[in-house]
Design a binder for this molecule. Structure first.
Ligand code: GTP
Ligand code: MG
Length: 512
């Protein structure tokens, strides 16, 4: 007896389905009919599975799935906006006015950062400590420093003598008054955020308190975000001023402010225009910011040099304004682009933009299935910054670790990776301003502190990480130095990347 037979005879399944020894011819016919029916059902299921798989493959041939990955503020959503500008310009234009609210929130946040910086600057208007707390500058009045911190109204007047103690006091008084006059911005911010959340929606946004912090820290001002499920663009922000009255230019700011409708955030911000400009342009404010190393121009959502333009009644955001706007992503935003022209007619591009904050990264994995390409963005200008979510971690280090985990992921072994070393414009500006890479990245050593060398250095690090960690040694890494806020350069880049992805996709599909 062969071992196979012996196994079959003892196999409980074989025993169970063996026809009974005393089976009659009728019973046999019935059994065979039953077996035939069961086989048909089984064959039908097989056929369904085959058809489904064929359909899926056909769909996959017609659709390219791209994930935008990278840490927070790396430029993923900005990159998605560039895809929109290129492939869905009408819908991009249609949504432009909705961004006005975000731009105003960004502007208000910058003003808060300035106020925060000067409010906590004990030495900013120092006159050798003579104006320390309690020293009576004018009997019965609060000292100017106290006034600035408390917002006590003090009359606003100029004293041009920079050496006099009166001059220092006056400077404090000026800022105390400006700060007080800018306080309605808190309400504007609240109103804008309420509108973003929309009626009946869960709290879609968050922001920090306007109350002064006991110690100086501009980074404590929290970021506004909207959840991907939120329908915030739904026309709530037509860009109208809701009946805000007031003059376009010149004096009378107080009157403007009063006449601004209480629930019109745009009107409130516009009424603060002159004070915002005065604050931002002030030499001593600029001095404090410089001394504290706060370079607002390099921060996301910077509109302080455009206050006059963005606060006109007829302001409607330009494409560039929208690209520069900062809105943190929470959740995953999916965009489908149907290309109607050219060789890719009928080919859809499905692009996923994820939140890059650390607490958002666990939402990425479910989207790794069937991905054709990943565009990974790493802001190399961030070499002198730490993560908001963990002050011990340098942002470049975080980018490299994140990149490693993506490269090493076995599920993504066959997925093309395109690496954008982004924000090279900010990198260049920082290097020109004399910020030394070696101070933050020890291994950089004595290399020249100039763009090309720095960019090549970081590029070599990312390439080494890919080489060490990829489960697929044949995978090529496509790398680019980018400034994704630049539409022309990014459009050309997207076309190149698209062709590469398409070529690979067609190769892969022909092997399916
Ligand atoms: N100057 C400059 N700014 C950039 C560049 N890329 C993006 N930004 C700005 O950086 C900010 C952050 O970009 P986002 O696209 O919102 O970043 P993100 O990766 O989507 O961030 P999360 O949603 O938090 O994950 C925005 O204000 C952009 O305008 C760049 O290359 N140069
Ligand atoms: Mg984003």
């Amino acid at each position: 007896m062969s071992p196979v037979n012996s196994f079959n005879e003892e196999d409980p399944l074989a025993l169970a389905i063996r026809p009974p020894a005393d089976e009659t011819p009728q019973q046999r016919d019935a059994r065979l009919a039953e077996e035939a029916a069961a086989k048909k059902i089984s064959d039908d299921i097989d056929e369904q599975i085959r058809a489904e798989s064929k359909k899926r493959k056909a769909r996959a041939k017609k659709e390219i799935k791209v994930l935008l990955l990278g840490q927070s503020e790396s430029g993923k959503s900005t990159c998605l906006k560039q895809f929109q500008l290129l492939y869905a310009p009408a819908s991009f234009s249609g949504e432009r006015d909705s961004w006005k609210a975000i731009i105003y929130l960004n502007l208000v946040k910058s003003i808060r950062k300035v106020l925060d910086a000067i409010s906590h600057d004990d030495d900013s208007f120092s006159d050798d400590g003579a104006d320390s707390a309690g020293s009576p500058t004018s009997p019965g009045k609060p000292t100017s420093k106290e006034a600035l911190r408390s917002g006590t109204p003090i009359s606003f007047f100029q004293n041009e003598d920079p050496n006099s103690r009166q001059s220092t006091d006056d400077t404090y008084a000026q800022f105390a008054a400006i700060k007080l006059r800018l306080s309605p911005l808190a309400l504007a911010e609240e109103l804008l955020i309420k509108r973003l959340a929309g009626p009946g929606e869960e709290e879609a946004t968050q922001f920090g308190s306007w109350a002064p912090h006991p110690t100086s820290s501009t980074s404590r001002i929290k970021e506004v975000f909207v959840r991907s499920s939120s329908n915030w663009k739904r026309g709530l922000f037509s860009g109208g001023h809701g009946g805000a009255k007031g003059k376009e230019n010149g004096s009378g700011a107080e009157g403007e402010r009063k006449s601004a409708e209480k629930d019109d955030p745009f009107g409130i911000v516009n009424a603060c225009r002159d004070d915002m400009i005065t604050l931002w342009k002030d030499q001593s404010v600029q001095g404090i910011l410089k001394r504290k190393g706060i370079r607002l121009e390099e921060m996301p959502g910077f509109y302080l040099n455009d206050i006059l333009r963005v606060t006109t009644k007829t302001y409607s955001p330009s494409n560039q304004d929208v690209l520069n706007a900062r809105l943190k992503t929470v959740g995953v935003v999916e965009h489908l682009f149907q290309l109607e022209n050219g060789g890719e007619k009928g080919m859809d591009w499905r692009i996923f933009d994820v939140g890059g904050h650390r607490d958002q990264r666990q939402t990425w994995a479910p989207f790794f299935d069937d991905v054709n390409a990943i565009i990974f963005l790493a802001p190399i200008s961030a070499f002198d910054q730490v993560l908001v979510e963990d002050k011990k971690v340098n942002r470049i280090e975080d980018s490299l670790l994140l990149f490693r985990s993506i490269c090493a992921n076995k599920l993504l072994g066959k997925v093309n990776i395109v690496l954008f070393l982004n924000k090279i414009d900010i990198l260049e500006r920082k290097l020109k301003a004399g910020v030394k890479v070696s101070r933050y990245v020890r291994s950089y050593g004595e290399r020249p502190n100039e763009l090309q060398t720095v960019a090549s250095y970081f590029l070599s690090k990312f390439m080494a990480v890919h080489k060490e960690s990829t489960p697929n040694p044949l995978r090529e890494l496509y790398t680019h130095l980018t400034k994704v806020t630049d539409t022309e350069a990014t459009a050309a880049l997207i076309s190149d990347v698209r062709e590469m992805i398409l070529r690979k996709h067609l190769q892969d599909s022909s092997l399916m």
